[in-house]
Design a protein around this ligand. Structure first.
Ligand SMILES: [Zn+2]
Ligand SMILES: [Zn+2]
Length: 364
């Protein structure tokens, strides 16, 4: 791996090539969020008010799922301050966008803006980084899962993508609630309770069969959409001691209409370089980065990234390798021998030093 650089180092070199407007908030992006909100409320009302045929309810469910995922990605952008600068309105709009996923804006800014962005792919400090072999030994449930054959593990982990965001966000609440000042904690609690209270009230009011279509199924779809990105953003990249967004982040490519629906979330390396930037300028950042550091930038179609995730284990070893702890099979990471188009385990002679097979390590 070439020498790691911080995101500030890259940003200082790319920023002079970008227009000033790139760093201005873009309130017109609120229209996108409003469109999602109108469709979502209309869909919920349609299922709630009318007794529609199941097939129509399923169709509305799918549209609602796309809306809940899309408006969540919109909330991500709003809470980075790229749409409006006013803190109060930013939090209110961010809260509405994350209402279906039940994440409060204060928790999100702590977890994502402050911890994930500042400590990306740090072994201990990034709340979204996947476990290392050392950490695995302290997690009995994960250890049990890793005893299953890899194909079954992969099927389970891909299925769990449909609930993983909700699961992970409740873990984040537990992790960070006590790090808020005591005077802020009631607000953080309220931002968790209010969305759940709304969805539970609708369950009681409209009944479980309608709730299933306007909340539960769409929630699974929204989880899958956001996790489809989150799982590919960093998990094929190495763990890094320096927060180098070109080394530890992957940009995926999707059809243009998907980028429009998802507020250019696919440009994740660009987003880590400039979290406060209007995403409209991300293609310009991409061109500049590819011109200045052609060997360091990683991008691939989202489908290729998901296929690579499917074929590799998720436990880090020596920061730059992925290891199957049961068999000791080792794969590279991006920039460290992993070819997403031709996934192959490392041969014994290519493995770094002695690779501890989990069955040996666990006896320590
Ligand atoms: Zn990220
Ligand atoms: Zn972000």
């Amino acid at each position: 791996m070439s020498e790691l650089r911080t995101f500030g180092w890259y940003a200082a070199r790319v920023a002079p090539h970008l227009p000033k407007e790139a760093f201005q908030p873009v309130p017109s992006r609120l229209w996108g969020g409003l469109a999602y909100l109108i469709v979502a409320v209309s869909g919920i009302a349609a299922i709630g008010v009318f007794d529609l045929p199941v097939i129509v309810n399923i169709a509305i469910s799918i549209v609602l799922g796309l809306c809940y995922g899309g408006i969540g990605l919109f909330a991500h952008e709003v809470l980075h301050g790229t749409v409006i600068r006013n803190r109060k309105w930013r939090d209110i709009i961010g809260a509405i966008g994350f209402w279906p996923l039940c994440v409060g804006p204060k928790l999100w800014r702590k977890w994502h803006n402050m911890e994930h962005h500042i400590h990306t792919q740090h072994e201990h400090d990034d709340p979204d980084a996947w476990a290392t072999l050392e950490k695995l030994q302290k997690k009995p449930l994960l250890r049990k899962i890793y005893k299953l054959p890899m194909w079954l593990r992969t099927v389970i982990s891909f299925t769990l993508l449909s609930v993983m965001f909700t699961f992970h966000s409740s873990r984040m609440f537990k992790t960070y609630i006590n790090e808020f000042k005591p005077k802020d904690r009631p607000a953080v609690w309220m931002q968790l309770i209010l969305p759940w209270a709304t969805w539970i009230a609708l369950l009681v009011w409209l009944g479980p069969s309608k709730w299933f279509f306007f909340y539960l199924i769409p929630l699974f779809i929204a989880n899958a959409i956001v996790m489809g990105y989150i799982s590919t953003n960093h998990r094929l990249n190495p763990i890094t001691t320096v927060n180098d967004p070109l080394a530890n982040t992957l940009s995926v490519t999707v059809p243009k209409w998907v980028d429009v629906l998802h507020f250019q979330f696919s440009y994740h390396a660009e987003h880590h370089l400039f979290p406060g930037m209007n995403p409209k300028y991300f293609p310009m950042v991409k061109d500049k980065v590819k011109e200045m550091w052609p060997d360091r930038y990683f991008e691939m179609p989202l489908t290729t990234a998901l296929a690579a995730l499917w074929q590799t284990p998720r436990i880090y070893h020596n920061h730059t390798e992925l290891i199957d702890p049961e068999t000791g099979t080792v794969y590279g990471t991006l920039g460290n021998g992993l070819d997403p188009n031709n996934i192959e385990a490392k041969k014994p002679e290519d493995k770094e030093a002695t690779v501890p097979i989990y069955s040996k390590v666990k006896n320590h």
